[in-house]
Design a protein around this ligand. Sequence first.
Ligand code: OGA
Ligand code: MN
Length: 292
Amino acid sequence: MSMTAETAGMTVIPSGAACGAEIRGVDPSQDLPQPVIDAIAEAWRKHLVIYFRGFDLTLDQQLRFAGRFGDLGLRKQAPDGLRERTEGILQTNEYTLLVSNMKVDGKPVGAFGEGDMWFHIDSGYSEKPYKYTFLYAIEIPSKGGNTLFANQYMAYDDLSADMKAKIEGSKALHIHEYKRSERVDLAQDISKVPHWFHPVAVRHPETGKRALFVDRLMTQRIEGLSAEESESVLNQLWDHAENPKYVYEHVWQLKDFVMWDNRCLTHGRTWFSPQENRLLRRCTVEGTPLGG
Ligand code: OGA
Ligand code: MN
């Protein structure tokens, strides 16, 4: 990292071998000078998941900070038929999504409810999956509800030469029925279920590196293969991509502010007790179409 007077107090502490780093000495609630933003971006490209710990962060401050890394992502609207599975009743801002299991009068206040979540890519089912996601912890359970991040550069690099050749140039269907730990039923008419095709291995637009771009929750079919062969290849890829050696597990503390890159990571969530409250505030940065 190049040092300027402004970045002199910043330290980057890697979380482990897979990915992830804590940044200390920088307060994300402040209007930061550009050299500090550049230093964070550099650490982010290297560690894929970055977090700040223990800072108070208002909604406006979160959006201002995220907006330094690109255009803020609009919250996606689910189609009518899938509506009740999604966003909850307490969404106050078009760029924000409250992520919570909490309910008011029996109605969920936020998205993604309770329990575990399979590995996925945020808005992977759309033409332009979000580049970045930012989550700020407002209430967390006493245990569980950890967020798992799997480094898909490493997962791609470690594939056998045969598997690399098999997936080269092919695309896969990403589709989302707003479920959390269940596969999509492809026997239905999918025209009303959000979906898109992306390369099975993408090239990260900024780093130029290849990354595996499939996930267990939303990637359902590899184009050009029979259903049976697609199933077999996807199962191999999912199991491979989720190997614990590629995973950083984020154990949340109150006021953690975690940000990740969806083009080289998948993420999921571990189970937590439905008896406990969990509330995080999410925002995103818009993405671009991805090539192989
Ligand atoms: C998300 C997400 C996981 C979690 O906000 O996109 O996947 O830990 N959250 O709640
Ligand atoms: Mn997600």
